[in-house]
Ligand binder design. Structure first.
Ligand code: SAM
Ligand code: SF4
Length: 468
């Protein structure tokens, strides 16, 4: 496969035509109910069916959409919620993305790329908080050594061991790479390669990306193809909501998903749903061109859950605690917690707005988030089992689709949650967590309980990093 590909992944004409054709059909409650009944078969929905749901405005039908999303979420993901933290290693950038504080011309940001020692210090802080999964984030410009800065940094993250633990899975959010660079990235042992197209709408894309390599829409949208060709079979996609009409973006995500499924036999592992937040030195971030209301944001999550049931949905600390709480039931399966978006922000205990990427909506610590999540009945999970056992890409989907994943994910969630409670939690969180574990075990089927209890007891007896 060539590095430079002219892509036809997105057919804008078809999206606009589908949106136009379905606009007046969404009042047909009989049809909407048929679509929702079909969604419960867990096979996903077509673009046409998804568009019908997006246009619904009747409150009763809106509730039916939420209820369907909740049932699907519960059936596939149960009560688990995976936790991670982003690790910003550098805010150097040569691009001019109008919405981002790290854009090259923004003089208000203090530029910094962490050296390996500083990265190790950040990792020690995160490990000692209880994190097991990190998302390494970097602007699109590297210090003198070039791209190997990123691979070396990932090696550093994996090399850190404290008496409290270690990071077991590193995902990355790094600008599009060449095929050879993706091979180097794969060799470091990353989990998911994440990249957001920001907007799939080409004209908007050109308007908001003024200069730098990121201006090339095709180079960006073809990056997940290159990653998969290089053997990274867990890729994550996403849209920065607020740049263009969210309805268009959802249908475009579906086209991207269909393209990956057709070309590589497996769709994306995750979809991220960042919403544009205020960023220092960015006028656009203060006044998003297509603001997404809280109500529409909930709809976006519910509809994605219904249309792409087996793909994880990631929500970051850009959102407020209230929005995050509501989103768990609707379909979100992974959340970040205790995040900093400025390089050095964890170990230097610094929320320096002058070097942060955007402002956060949730400032709580990991322990506070975990206590809250548990109080809502969700099991915080730090599981890395699938990835460690090679259950990625197609292998993961083969296990997930018939529902067998619950014999792995639920036990692994409980064992990693037990680790957290014993090694890191405050007393209040530990008590709430232990009660939740007992309640969850009691509600499981016999097979699930036997496997889960086996793992939990091993952790209680002092073993760590046990999974199935
Ligand atoms: N520099 C790389 C890139 O652009 O792909 C990767 C990291 S970038 C720091 C991560 C993501 O942050 C971007 O893909 C974008 O969606 C998001 N982002 C940028 N500015 C934002 C803002 N003001 N509010 C919310 N998210 C933002
Ligand atoms: Fe740079 Fe990424 Fe921010 Fe764009 S979004 S300015 S590429 S860090």
């Amino acid at each position: 496969m060539n590095d430079a590909v002219q892509t036809t992944i997105i057919d804008e004409g078809k999206i606009q035509e589908t949106l136009f054709r379905t606009r007046s059909l969404s009042d047909d409650s009989g049809h909407i109910k048929e679509v929702l009944a079909k969604a419960l078969e867990l096979k996903g929905l077509s673009a046409e069916e998804t568009a019908l749901l997006m246009n619904v405005s009747d409150p009763t039908l809106e509730r039916a959409i939420s209820d369907t999303a909740k049932r699907i979420k519960e059936q596939i993901y149960g009560k688990r919620l995976v936790l991670f933290a982003p690790l910003y290693i550098s805010n150097l950038c040569q691009n001019e993305c109008l919405y981002c504080a790290f854009r090259a011309k923004n003089k208000a940001v203090k530029r910094r790329s962490l050296d390996q020692e500083e990265i190790a210090r950040e990792v020690v802080t995160l490990v000692n908080q209880g994190h097991k999964r990190l998302l390494v984030v970097v602007g699109e410009a590297y210090p003198k050594e070039g791209f190997s800065y990123v691979t070396r940094s990932i090696e550093t993250v994996y090399s850190v061991k404290t008496d409290k633990g270690e990071i077991r899975r590193v995902n990355v959010n790094v600008a599009p790479l060449t095929l050879d660079e993706f091979r180097m990235l794969k060799a470091t042992g990353i989990g998911t390669y994440q990249l957001f197209q920001e907007t799939y709408h080409r004209e908007t894309y050109q308007r908001v990306h003024l200069s730098g390599k990121k201006r090339d829409y095709d180079w960006r949208i073809s990056a997940t193809d290159r990653a998969m060709t290089a053997g990274i079979d867990d890729v994550g996609v996403g849209v920065l909501f607020g740049l263009y009409d969210w309805r268009f973006e959802i249908l475009a995500i579906l086209q991207h998903v269909a393209h990956l499924e057709k070309t590589f036999g497996v769709g994306p592992h995750t979809i991220s749903v960042p919403r544009l937040e205020p960023a220092t030195g960015s006028e656009m971030s203060e006044h998003p061109p297509f603001p997404v209301s809280d109500e529409d944001f909930r709809k976006i999550i519910a509809i994605l859950r219904i249309s792409v049931p087996y793909t994880g949905i990631i929500l970051s600390t850009r959102e407020s605690p209230e929005t995050r709480r509501e989103s768990f039931a609707l379909g979100v399966s992974q959340i970040s917690a205790g995040s900093r978006t400025n390089p050095g922000g964890y170990s230097e205990d610094d929320r320096d707005p002058d070097s942060s990427q955007f402002s956060l909506g949730d400032h709580r610590t990991l322990d506070e988030v975990i206590r809250d999540v548990a109080s809502l009945g969700y099991i915080p999970s730090f599981c890395t089992g699938c990835y460690r056992l090679g259950r990625t890409g197609q292998d993961f989907m083969d296990l997930a689709k018939p529902g067998d994943i619950k014999y792995h994910c639920d036990p692994n969630a409980l064992s990693t949650f037990t680790e957290y409670l014993l090694d890191y939690a405050s007393e209040e969180t530990r008590q709430a967590g232990e009660a939740l574990i007992e309640k969850t075990l009691a509600q499981m089927d016999d097979k699930q309980r036997e496997i889960s209890l086996g793992l939990v007891q091993q952790v209680r007896a002092g073993k760590r990093d046990v999974f199935c």
